[in-house]
Design a protein around this ligand. Structure first.
Ligand code: GDR
Length: 330
């Protein structure tokens, strides 16, 4: 049975990957600073810091595959705490690669690279050869880890692959990310629990796909005959405004009646436009994103209407207090 370590496996993407690997018959070890909320009975949990070299070594020595997601993934949080974030987002990767190099060079390694590395200045379709131009400490750290993955691949003949994921969303997305922030608000507005939603730059465009589809892409990346870099994206870009408009349409509301904008959510060095070209993964991995933009919005909004319905019931029964006029903080 294949043994796999998912570092950062309690997080959004890591827990999705841990799940699919478990269903594919892998023995899964989740490594994270906190216990996974989604831990299943067959998965093993290792609670530890990515900088704990001894524990990383011990954990790596048990497995055949390592997926590395541990990072401060919230771009604002990484900007506000750049030194703390760099510990995870830079040194963490180095710790894992060193462990694999020293313990067993046959272990296959997956690096979670990000479309943020491109910087998003132009409207070109971005592929594996496109130039990086990071705009935040988060993106700069991702470029470092991406390059390091290539260095270990080329210097030591290790199987080190990177998946350059464009924005990946699902009902499990954290509530501070814009798609979930919108779908949560739509659910609550629909149930009469809030009236306004405050956002930042409505013109920013992203290539948004369904995280469930992308997990399959990541699996295929380590299953491929060679370690390479891979863009995982839908090939379509939409604005934040498009997302909001469609999300409010689902509950027959006009987004313009509910959305306000505030400087508070604007980014100093904004990434305006990100559009991926997934041709290489389509052709060689036989992977493609199968959930459309409209389907993605629908599944997120429906999930959040269900959550808001439960909240309304608790409120009506006096079990929670109505403190949520504008509930999403950042
Ligand atoms: P992103 O995701 O930064 O692309 O990174 P996010 O959803 O935070 O922002 C997308 C775009 O929406 C604009 N925006 C807002 N963003 C937030 N969070 N809140 C708002 O109110 C708001 N209003 C407008 C942003 O300015 C931005 O342009 C995600 C993360 O998962 C990264 O870890 C990952 O690497 C990339 O996707 C791919």
């Amino acid at each position: 049975m294949a043994k796999t370590l998912v570092i950062g496996g309690s997080g959004f993407l890591g827990s999705h990957v841990a799940d699919i690997l478990t269903t594919k018959g892998h023995e899964v070890y989740i490594y994270d600073i906190e216990k996974s909320k989604y831990l299943s009975s067959s998965q093993k949990m290792i609670v530890g810091d990515i900088l704990d070299k001894k524990l990383i070594d011990k954990s790596v020595s048990k497995v055949d595959y390592v997926y590395h997601f541990a990072a401060v993934a919230d771009i604002k949080e990484a900007k506000d705490n750049p030194i703390e974030s760099a510990r995870f987002n830079i040194i963490g990767t180095l710790n894992i690669l060193e462990a694999i190099k020293n313990i067993n060079k046959n272990i296959k390694f997956y690096q979670a690279s990000s479309s943020e590395m491109y910087g998003g200045k132009s409207e070109e379709k971005l592929n594996e050869e496109s130039k990086f131009d990071p705009k935040s400490p988060y993106a700069a750290a991702k470029v470092f880890s991406h390059d390091l993955t290539k260095v270990y691949r080329e210097s030591y003949g290790m199987f080190c692959a990177s998946g350059i994921l464009f924005n990946h969303e699902s009902p499990f997305r954290g509530e501070t990310f814009v798609t979930r922030k919108i779908s949560r608000a739509v659910g609550r507005i629909h149930m009469g629990l809030q009236s306004k939603l405050t956002l930042g730059n409505l013109d920013a465009k992203r290539d948004w796909g369904f995280a469930g589809d992308y997990v399959d892409g990541m699996y295929k990346i380590l299953d491929y005959s060679k370690a390479e870099d891979w863009v995982i994206a839908t090939g379509n870009a939409h604005s934040v405004e498009d997302f909001a408009k469609k999300a409010f349409n689902i509950v027959d509301k006009n987004y313009e009646d509910h959305i306000e904008t505030s400087e508070r959510y604007l980014r100093p060095n904004e990434v305006n436009y990100l559009l991926g070209d997934p041709s290489k993964a389509n052709d060689l991995l036989n992977w493609e994103s199968s959930t459309s933009f409209d389907e993605l919005i629908k599944l997120m909004v429906e999930n959040d209407i269900e959550i808001a319905t439960k909240e309304k019931m608790l409120l009506d029964n006096g079990l929670i207090k109505p403190t949520w006029e504008n509930p999403i903080i950042d």
